[in-house]
Ligand binder design. Structure first.
Ligand code: DC
Length: 231
């Protein structure tokens, strides 16, 4: 269903895996004091819920039903770190597992799953504003967004960033294996029939290769200032 212009301002930040969307979106949301939608986490939650319930990994209908009914909540712990709950269980660490990411990419290619998550995602648009991070935030979920960013980085840099993130968490995954997985996932996300990964026509493209997080955040904030979205 087409979305009318959202009543609250929405900034969309789309891009491929490892482009730094998650970190940038969180920092921009913090700076503005706006809400954050990590839409990838919702796809990860569908995949994880399916695994936990022992669903047939090929059953589209069963995953779409889960996408509709699963009970999820996003919050922060006392130190301000993100906490994600699924059916009352803290799954913050589990949704980030590589196998869950792969599962998310598979279920995300199924139109009924995407349709089931559409309204759920739009409900995150609450005052004073929302920063929405994903693949189709600017093209499908929030086409009326006031600012649309498409964040990219070279495939090598994205694999290296992911490698460092996983290493910091104690996972020993080879850089070569990660590069392969990122390439596979990029291909699947950008060639799927429904909501493929591509910039919205009115998106502004930022290539973060070689840029610091702070520099990218500043660029996004500056783009908003230029458009008088904030001061
Ligand atoms: O950003 P991420 O790695 O957490 O996303 C997990 C998967 O979900 C990714 O392979 C693509 C998919 N996804 C999507 O199709 N649409 C979104 N808006 C967000 C994520």
């Amino acid at each position: 269903m087409a979305e009318t212009r959202p009543l609250v301002p929405v900034v969309t930040i789309d891009g491929p895996s490892g482009s730094g969307k998650g970190t940038i979106s969180r920092r921009v949301a913090d700076q503005l004091g706006w809400h954050l939608l990590d839409s990838g986490a919702l796809y990860r939650l569908v995949a994880l819920a399916g695994l936990d319930r022992g669903l047939d990994p090929e059953s589209v209908a069963a995953h779409a039903a889960l996408a509709e009914t699963m009970r999820v909540s996003f919050g922060a712990d006392a130190a301000g770190a993100e906490r994600v709950n699924l059916e009352g269980q803290d799954v913050t660490a589990r949704i980030r597992l590589e196998e869950v990411g792969q599962g998310a990419s598979r279920v995300a290619a199924w139109p009924p799953v995407r349709a089931a998550l559409l309204e759920r995602q739009r409900r995150f648009a609450e005052p004073p504003g929302l920063v929405a991070d994903g693949r189709d935030m600017g093209t499908v979920v929030f086409p009326g967004a006031v600012l649309k960013i498409f964040l990219t980085a070279s495939a090598e840099e994205r694999a290296a960033r992911r490698h460092k993130q996983l290493k910091d968490k104690g996972s020993a995954v080879s850089l070569a294996a990660l590069s392969r997985e990122i390439a596979e996932r990029d291909l699947r996300d950008s060639t799927r029939a429904v909501a493929p990964l591509r910039p919205a026509e009115d998106a502004l493209i930022i290539d973060s290769t070689g840029l610091s997080v702070a520099a990218v955040v500043e660029r996004v904030l500056e783009l908003g200032r230029q458009r008088s979205l904030w001061s």
